[in-house]
Ligand binder design. Structure first.
Ligand code: DQA
Length: 148
């Protein structure tokens, strides 16, 4: 089973960026831990971070050709702005879990709205790096529960 892990704009700055909100771990740290959790579950991960909306959209389209079974997506600021990213998720129909390190509902008003949430199977927000592992477990469990 292959899962795509997509991180959007500014998530390459984790570790440096507003540590009081996003913590001290780098994205590499988070993905290393996630890779260990995935290996224990027998899941293959493909990971991409990009600051460019179109690159993320192209990767989602490519996932459709690759039999990717689920997407873990932290869209960063694109969460609150991107109809195009939402349309890409809806277009490929791959089960997607939206992840945020911070609790977007407890921050500025503009972070409460997500263009992605209506096309995701669920949203995990506010649990830091653990959110990625929870998303992984949700996708793996979903597959198992369907007996595929
Ligand atoms: C974020 C929350 C977004 O509102 C913000 O723009 C980010 C990070 C999070 O992981 O908490 O870039 O997605």
């Amino acid at each position: 089973m292959k899962i795509l892990v997509l991180n959007g704009p500014n998530l390459n700055l984790l570790g440096v960026r507003e540590p009081g909100i996003y913590g001290n771990q780098t994205l590499e740290d988070i993905l290393t831990d996630l890779g260990q959790a995935a290996a224990a579950l027998g899941v293959e991960l493909a990971c991409l971070q990009s600051n460019h909306e179109g690159v993320l959209i192209d990767r989602i389209h490519q996932a459709h050709q690759e039999a990717v079974r689920g997407i873990i997506l932290n869209p960063g600021g694109l969460t609150h702005t991107s109809v195009a990213l939402r349309d890409a998720i809806a277009g490929v129909g791959i089960p997607t879990v939206e992840v945020h390190l911070s609790n977007v509902h407890a921050r500025e008003e503009f972070r409460r709205h997500s263009f992605i949430a209506p096309v995701a199977i669920g949203q995990i927000s506010g649990f830091g790096a653990l959110g990625y592992e929870l998303a992984l477990r949700a996708l793996v469990g979903r597959k198992e529960s369907r007996g595929k």
